[in-house]
Design a protein. Sequence first.
Length: 96
Amino acid sequence: MRGSLSCECCGRGDIHDRLKSKIRMMEQLLGIRILVVKGYSCDISDVPHSKTPSEAADIVIPGWQKYEAREFAEPYFGVVALHIDGDERWTLHVEL
């Protein structure tokens, strides 16, 4: 797992150990490292389902197509939402 696990605005916090464990499990199955685009967030007002700032992350599975990545991730998390930013850029918002 690589990327930003702490809050982008203040640098504090970390994602929940259960969330890390699920991402690592996916990495082991795939044999690649998953990119955490956004981890812990002290401001979760724009994420309606998040219970705490550490229970959600935005991730990318390198080399995967967006819909295949979403389908692969769905069994691991309580919530998986696909965020599309243009034709080529996307992230998966995952929550415990």
